[in-house]
Design a protein around this ligand. Sequence first.
Ligand code: FES
Ligand SMILES: [Fe+2]
Length: 400
Amino acid sequence: MTNECITIFKGDTSRLRNTIPMTERLAPEFFDEEVKKIFSKSWLIIGTSKELVEKGSYIVTDVPPLKASLIIVRGEDEKIRVFRNICRHRGDKLVHGKEGCSKFFQCQFHAWTFSNTGNLIGVTDATQFKDMKKDELGLIEIHSEVWEDIVFVNFEEHPTQTLKEWLGDIYGQYKGFSDNRVKVADHRVVVNTNWNLAVNAFCEGYHNIFIHKNTVPDYQGSPSNPNRHRPYLEVGKHFGRYSAHGNPNHKPTPAEGIFYKYSRPMFPSFVQFEMDKLPIGVNPSRFKQWAFDIVHLFPNIVIGPQANTNSIMLFWPISHNKTDIRVMRFSYKTDKPSDRIAQAHSLVRNREVLREDLATMETQYESIASGGLPYMFLSEQEQLIQNHYRAADDMLNEET
Ligand code: FES
Ligand SMILES: [Fe+2]
């Protein structure tokens, strides 16, 4: 008889494959196809609305695979919109900073002015422009939707699916989870690897027992789950998610012991969160010793809900072999110094773990790109990775 943790598997696994030939997927021509058929058509996360508190608050961000610079702005009418960061006169970049708050945007080249709702409101030497129709020269808007507090965009001229259709069942399952949470860290690192490999590294827990043995040796699993199997694992059309098993016998370091005595436990200590306070999508199986979930939103997003914190990771391909990884971390609002110290401590521990996750990406890329590996051979615990390539192939094989 085995005392291994039994994984509850959910979702249609009939089209998953446990062998994934990879070398061809790492070629530049393959990346061109991914941009055309995946990134140009998917709903993509570009930021959160938390930072856009006041009317006129804006953030400038880029979407590397589509070579796009975008302005996310809360207009005077409170609505959040996303515009291409391009002046409608002769196309100079409109906003050069990273963020701010303004009623309007003015181009530095010839001083055309646009309102924060995107209208062209000022043209210098206007009488010299024949047949000008100002209402046809507003900023170019990109389709966007806000889910909970997360801003998604879709670059299709007419998106074939709404965000709700794209996310499917999980759309209504996270209601209110990010309420009262604020951004506490924002990391960015460019890694010489393919974006698929970077996403994959965060879509399985098989590695944590080995890669993270020095930093967080006992944060997951238990004597009844020595291989740290996921208690819950689900795949859907454009998502995959699993829950992780927090070790009830985790030995806090002396620092953790002090910080969490005066504050709420956070990674790598996990509390028994009151289950009835969780939205139904978080810890879907209501596993008692829950540590955190991993939610992979195809193609390039990984969200990590936990009891007192959560994270959003974006894996933006710059090219076939360069990936821009952005990690945003959120935690509960607090003014208490002991909470702030506990949050800072958890962030540092998390960053150490993140560094270890990054460590395999470049060597793995080099090995596979050399053509020396016929295929990756994946376990059942790596089903989110299998599902990633199933979703990718579905879009790549779609007729355009
Ligand atoms: S390019 Fe912006 S005003 Fe001319
Ligand atoms: Fe990891």
